[in-house]
Design a protein around this ligand. Sequence first.
Ligand code: GRE
Ligand code: ZN
Length: 325
Amino acid sequence: MTGKIALEEHFGATDPNIVEQSAEHFTPAAWPERRAMLLDIQDDRLRQMDEAGIELAVLSLLAPGIQSLWEPGQAVDWARRLNDFEAEQVSRRPDRFAAFAALPMQDPDQAITELRRCVRELGFAGAMINGFSQVGAEDTAVYLDDARYRPFWAAVQELDVPIYLHPRDSLPSRSQIYQGHPWLLGSAWAFSVETGTHALRLMGSGLFDAFPRLQVILGHFGELLPFNIWRTDHRIEVAPRGIPAQRPFGHYLRNNFHLTISGNYRTPTLLNVLLEVGADRVLFATDYPFERMIDAGKWFDDVEINDADRAKISHRNARQLLKLG
Ligand code: GRE
Ligand code: ZN
C-alpha cells in the first residue's frame, strides 16, 4: 500500500556533531550502518520509503538530542542550526518530507521563539521533544509539566501544532531499578516507562484543563498507557491524593493524545489501542533507523483491519493533525 505518512523518522548530523548520541544503542559492529542511515536523507532513505510504501516522512532529530544539552546557550544555538539544516533538507523534496522541530526547552522563552519560527517561517508541522530536559547542570531533569512551561504550552495551543513526546533514558543517578540490568534500558523497556510516566505527569498536572485543545503524540503505541489506563483511573478515583486534573486520565488520552505504531508492529497491541482510543487517534510511523521501514510497512499492509481504519492510520489522520492539505 502506497501513500503512507510516517511520523517518527529520525535524522542525525555531524555539524553540529550530534549523531554520536545514538551509538550506545547499537553494537560497535552494527553502528556504522545505522549512523549512515541517520545521516542520509536524500538518497537511500527515499529508496527505503518507496519500498515500504511511504509517501511522506516527517523528519525529527535523534534522541535525546537538544534535551541533553544542559547549557542553555548551546541548546538554543544547536536547535536553531539543526532546524535550519532540517528545513533545507525538506525544501529539496517537499513532496517526500515534512519536519518536526527540535526545541531548546532549557530556555522556555527561546523554545517558544524557536517553535514560532519553525512553524510560521519554515513551515514545520510541529515539534518533537525528547522527554525531560537537563537544565543548567548535567544531573538535572525538568519535565514538561513544570510551571515554567505553562507559557510554552499556551503558545503551542495558539499555534495549533502537535508536540511529539519522544523517549529518552533516565539519567544514571536516577536509574537504580535498572542497575545490573542494562538490557532493560533504551527502547527495550525503560523508554516506555519514562515516557509513559511523563505523559501521565502532563495529564495529572491539569495541563489539558488549562489548554484543552493541545495535542500530544506518543510513539510505540502509547508507551504502555492504553494497556493500563483503566486501572490508573480506577485507583485514582479511590486515592486521588490531591491530583489537580479535573478529569480521568482516560479522558485526556482520548482527547489530547495521538498514538503512533512506531517500533511496535504487533497486532494484539494494535487491537487494544483501537479499542481504547479509536482509529481516529492512531498514526503510522516506523522509528527509522532504529527499526526498518520495510518491517513497519509490511506488517501494516498485512494487518487485518477494515479499509476505512487503514486509510485513517496510514495517512488520513496525519493529514488532518499536521495540516498537510
Ligand atoms: C528511538 O528513537 O525510538 C530509539 C532510539 C534509540 C534506540 C532505539 C530507539 O533513539 O527505538
Ligand atoms: Zn524514535
